[in-house]
Every structure is written in C-alpha cells, then in structure tokens.
Design a protein around this ligand. Structure first.
Ligand code: ADP
Ligand code: ASP
Ligand code: MG
Length: 451
C-alpha cells in the first residue's frame, strides 16, 4: 500500500485533476490519497473571511467565485451518474460556509475558532470531489481520525489517539483507493475543527503512512522534485536525486517550502521512503528521501532561504548557553517562537520571526533590567533579515567551501549580520543572515558556489 499526497498545485484545475486521475487510476496496489484544497483556495477562504469581518461586502462576490470554481470542476469531471449527489454535498458545505461568513460580517470579528472552521471547507470539498472523480474510490473523513489537543493555547497533534484511529480506520482489506482531505483535524476534547498548520496536508499524509504502515509516501507537486534551491529564485536549481531524512528536515526547517517540516519525522522514524514527484511530468524520476547512505563523500545537498527573520544577539563577554536558554524561555512565555539558535563567531544568537519583533523588543527591554543588575549588557536586536542555509554532509571536509561562500557574499557587497556553522550528528549546515533586500542575490550567489 502506498500513500499519495496531491497538493493544491495538483488539484487546482481540470487539467491537473486529469493528471491526478491518470496517476491514481493506474495504480497496481491499494492507495490512500490525501488531497489539499483546490490551489489557492485556503488563501481565498481566509481573505474572504477578513473581508466579511471588515464589513467589505465584496465577500459575497468572492464567495460566489469560489463556489463556481468547485461546480465547474464537478460538472466537467464527475461522472454523470454521481454528479448531482456530489453537487448537493458541495452545495451543503457552501451553504454552511455562507452562513458563517454572514455571521462574521454581522459580528465584525473573526475569532481563530471560526477561521479554523472556515478554512476546513477547502479540504472537505476537494476530497469529496476527488473521491468521485477517481475510479472505484471511497471517501474517508479526516476529522474522524486526525486529532489535536491544546497546548499553551495552540493546537498540536494528539499523536497517540491519531495513530490508533488511523489504524482502526485503515485496518483490514483496503479498497483499491481511499481519498481523504489533508490539513484538517478535530480537537479530541472539544470536538472543534482545527488544523495542522499551513501546508499541513503533507503532515496528514505522513501520519497516515506511518500508522497504516505504507511502503512509500509520495508527495505529488508541481516541480520535478526537491531541488537544490527554490526554483522560483534560482533559475538553474537542479533536482536532487536522493537526500537523507535529516538533510530534508534541515532544508524544510530552514524555509524550503516544498514539504511541510513536521512531515519528515513520522516517516523517518518508521523508515518509510518518501518520493517528491511532479503531477504534471510523471516521467521525471523525482527525489527519493530515505535513510542516509553510508558514505565518506562530502557534498552540498541544497540551499534554503527563510525571509522575515530577526536576530537577538548577546555580544556581552561570557554570554552563556544558560543565559540564551533563559532568554529563549522568556520569549516562549510571551508566545514568541524561536526559529533557531546558534553562535556567530563567538556571539550567541537566537533567530525569531520578524513579525514578533515588536513584542520581542519589549521583552528585551524588560530583560535589560536584570542584565544591568548582573553587570551584563543588553542583548542586541537586528530585524529585516533573511536566513540562507547551505545543507550537506561533511561540509568541513570540502576544502575552501566556507571561505568561498563568505567571499561570494563579500564580492556582491552583501553584509552578513551573522553566520553559524553547525555539524551536529547527521545535521550539517551553514546559516548566513543577510539583509532581506539582498536575499535573492545572496541565495543565487551561494548556490553558484556550491553547484
Ligand atoms: P503543493 O501545493 O503541492 O503542496 P507547495 O507550493 O507547497 O505545493 O510546494 C511546491 C513549491 O515549492 C514549488 O512550486 C516550488 O516553487 C517551491 N519550492 C521552494 N523551495 C523548493 C525546493 N527546494 N525544491 C522544490 N520546490 C521548492
Ligand atoms: N490547504 C492548506 C494550505 O493551503 C493545506 C495544504 O495545502 O497543505 O495551507
Ligand atoms: Mg505544500
């Protein structure tokens, strides 16, 4: 059995859905198919909700366009004998959605709980549609088996319950194809609809693959595989044939958006191979992600870029790991997530999202009091940065690589706010923090040094 996940880029149009149908209908083994909402729909659901909450009557027109997109696909692709049932189911979802939008526009605000409900309609509609477009497919409701609970106010996966519910749902003889929606979930205690975070359909697929014991997890998207850099920025980025789980984990964690980071862990722990494939070019072999091949050959695997980061740097002499941990706990208590931490030429730093900059600066001002009392200086703050990360194995052994990377940035007059080299177990990478305005140039020039 294999699990195949098709993202919004694969289920956005009639043509791409026909490709999905060709891929799944020709499977020779049972397949569990996980689908995202139609491409761009989640963003559309969110922006329409904001319009409604802000009293912008345009939400009605936007809602109509989203509805029409679904009906056009149903009318073209669902076989005639099932069409009116599917149209009716989707119309019921759309009518519930419309009621919620009306409510939001009446009360003029958009609580998280309501937004979670709104975005869930994307996957609820697409999965019903895809199940009826494919041959001999059954539909499974992800809200029955993907469960979350609240931790410090955030929805996090209820891993144990989810695993047993998936096993129960997919036990025994599977039909040829089962289709389910990615991304969405239900709170174990309150029954509220929640989700696994933006891009979370990959994670749903990995959870199913792990719990149901799939032989392989296939992530079908709109590029030929996991590439050496974001192909939208680096035009000569190449497909990576093979990468290890830790390499993919580090690249995703550092901004390679092709796979949602939490996806890697369940498949890595279960040793399930993962393939990244192109729905629009099935002949391309794609990327295989698996256990590390024992090799002494050092090499760069790829580069990732994360925009909108800020740095908190402790330039003070003797700033210890303990102090950084204290600072990071303090940020966490104020709801500020640490992107990563490290040490740039002896200066410890914590990277956070730029969106948290104002709050972080307030926290730092309060913290300054205790720093002064201890005779220490206040941590410095640099915002508006991009973090570019070179990931590989044995990077230290590649003669002159680090110097070459630093020189290429200097040659392009790109200032480096911090640099952090880390070789920790199977994770080996170098992070460069550069002004956001230079981020594309920096990525292109660092990529050119490596490939
Ligand atoms: P999906 O809808 O299939 O989940 P995503 O938009 O989430 O698709 O991810 C695929 C996109 O990720 C590609 O279109 C590509 O532009 C972008 N991307 C960013 N970094 C990389 C990378 N290193 N390799 C491949 N694609 C990347
Ligand atoms: N539809 C959701 C999103 O756009 C989940 C996903 O596509 O993976 O974030
Ligand atoms: Mg995605």
């Amino acid at each position: 059995m294999k699990v195949l996940k098709f993202g919004g880029t694969s289920v956005g149009t009639v043509d791409s859905l026909l490709n999905v149908k060709n891929i799944v209908d020709s499977l020779e083994e049972p397949g569990i198919v996980v689908v995202s909402a139609l491409g761009g729909l989640t963003d559309g659901l969110i922006s329409t909700a904001r319009m409604a909450a802000n009293g912008d009557e345009g939400f009605r027109q936007s809602m109509k366009l989203m509805a029409q997109r679904h009906f056009d696909i149903i009318n073209t692709l669902v076989p005639r004998e099932r069409r009116s049932d599917v149209r009716q189911t989707v119309a019921e979802f759309l009518s519930q959605l419309e009621d919620i939008y009306m409510g939001v526009s009446l009360i003029g605000c958009l609580p998280d709980k309501v937004l979670n409900r709104i975005v869930s309609f994307g996957e609820r509609m697409s999965s019903i549609m895809v199940a009826n477009i494919l041959r001999d497919a059954e539909h499974a409701d992800p809200l029955d088996f993907i469960k979350t609970n609240k931790e410090y106010g955030r929805d996090v996966l209820a891993a144990g319950q989810t695993r047993s519910l998936i096993r129960e749902r997919f036990a025994g003889n599977l039909p040829r194809t089962v289709v389910t929606g990615g991304f969405i979930s239900r709170d174990v205690y309150t029954g509220e609809i929640t989700n696994l975070g933006r891009g979370g359909s990959d994670f749903t697929a990995a959870l199913i693959a792990e719990a149901a014991g799939a032989e392989v997890l296939e992530i079908w998207t709109d590029v030929d595989g996991f590439m050496t850099a974001d192909p939208r920025i680096v035009k000569d980025a190449r497909v990576i044939d093979f990468m290890s789980y830790p390499e993919s984990n580090v690249l995703c964690r550092h901004g390679a958006k092709v796979i949602y980071t939490p996806t890697i862990r369940p498949v890595m722990e279960a040793g399930i191979p993962m393939r990244v494939l192109n729905t629009h070019n099935v002949a391309a072999p794609g990327t295989l992600i698996g256990a590390e091949a024992p090799t002494d050959v050092a090499g760069v695997c790829g580069l990732a870029c994360m925009k909108d980061v800020a740095l908190i740097m402790c330039r003070c002499n003797g700033a210890s790991e303990g102090r950084m941990r204290e600072l990071s706990d303090l940020l966490c208590k104020h709801g500020i997530e640490t992107v990563c931490g490290g040490n740039s030429l002896g200066t410890p730093f914590i990277a956070i999202k730029d969106a948290d900059a104002d709050m972080a600066q307030k926290v730092l001002r309060d913290y300054a009091g205790s720093c002064h009392a201890d005779g220490q200086c206040m941590p410095g703050f640099v915002g508006n940065l991009s973090m570019i990360t070179v990931v590989g194995h044995g990077l230290d052994k590649i003669e002159g690589l680090r110097g070459k990377l630093e020189k290429s940035l200097a040659d392009n007059d790109i200032e480096v706010a911090a640099v952090n080299h880390s070789a920790n177990g199977s994770e080996d990478f170098s992070e460069f923090f550069v002004p956001m305005a230079n981020s594309n140039d920096a990525l292109i020039s660092l990529h050119a040094c490596c490939f």
